[in-house]
Ligand binder design. Sequence first.
Ligand code: ATP
Length: 368
Amino acid sequence: TKNIAVMTSGGDAPGMNANVRAIIRAAIYKGCKAYAVYEGYSGLVKGGPQFIREMHWNDVRGWLAEGGTNIGTARCMEFKERWGRLAACKNMIEAGIDALVVCGGDGSLTGADLFRAEWPSLIAELHEKGEITSQQYENHRHLNICGTVGSIDNDMSSTDATIGCYSSLARICEAIDYIDATANSHQRAFVIEVMGRHCGWLALMAGIATSADYIFIPEKPSSRKDWSDHMCQIVAAHRARGKRKTIVVVAEGAIASDLTPITCQDVRDVLVERLKLDTRITTLGHVQRGGNAVAYDRLLATLQGVAAVDAVLEGTPETPSPMISVVENKIVRKPLVEAVRLTKSVAEAINAKDFAKAISLRDSEFVE
Ligand code: ATP
């Protein structure tokens, strides 16, 4: 029997609960014991029965649709330090855990991979210091890790969708539909900020799905003059055709070509000054994370949860840690390190103003 633990880490996303439920139930179904690590890596660093709890079939009843994560999530600075990971290692061994599934974003999965790579040296140190017995040392020579991607931003390379992104997209579209009614009534313009610090997926998809007039995303920066001219030309043309409202969607990480942020205030000022539109700003904020998971996220989280349990049961010290992805509608395993590396190199290319490289990295990620 294997003892499989699951944790959620980083920002919460609808569908994380469905993922945890599927992992716990698939583990039990396959004859394993299932555990939940509460409060992300900080629960692992603190350890003990308060944070590492065995979970039974009924403990996750009703979790399939629920938003957020019932086992908690946290940012944990201690886990970024070796001493924090050493404490986490000891706590896992004491709880008898031999496989870990982490549902989180790229930071969380980077941490997971580092933990696995370091594991042999961590257990050796604990053994040397006499903090674990020789038996425990022998039983835990290898740690099987698997990542599932929970993030509303859809910002991870090597997967077409992350758990939560479609729920968030649905919520944003619903909110924009509400705003549409009032915008249309008063012939107003609305500048709507949506989440996405390094990735414009939510803004782009929401903009298309609500027929927004203009969309700002981090991946397509332009100079202030260029975007002002272009946006005004488009909005004016739409108005000339009889459109009574204007919707501009701005990703929170939208940037100009000199890498200064493009804020909703900047956009509003241009619409007011140049087009004389009565313009309001709406920042959707955390409502984008809330509410039930949409059907797609429930399915993705469930299928990926089952796949994650299979992956840790089949993992060997030789196989690289997998990340469970969805590519062209199929649930597949991708090397976790490679997915994290690609995700980081897109962000680095954007930071280095090499937008062509950033876009080609995103486009090429599935060409194998
Ligand atoms: P989101 O997409 O919501 O930002 P994320 O998983 O990328 O999710 P982070 O805050 O980057 O969120 O990471 C969550 C936690 O993962 C951190 O608080 C830390 O405990 C751990 N972590 C992140 N990066 C590393 C790293 N390089 N080494 C060890 N642990 C890390």
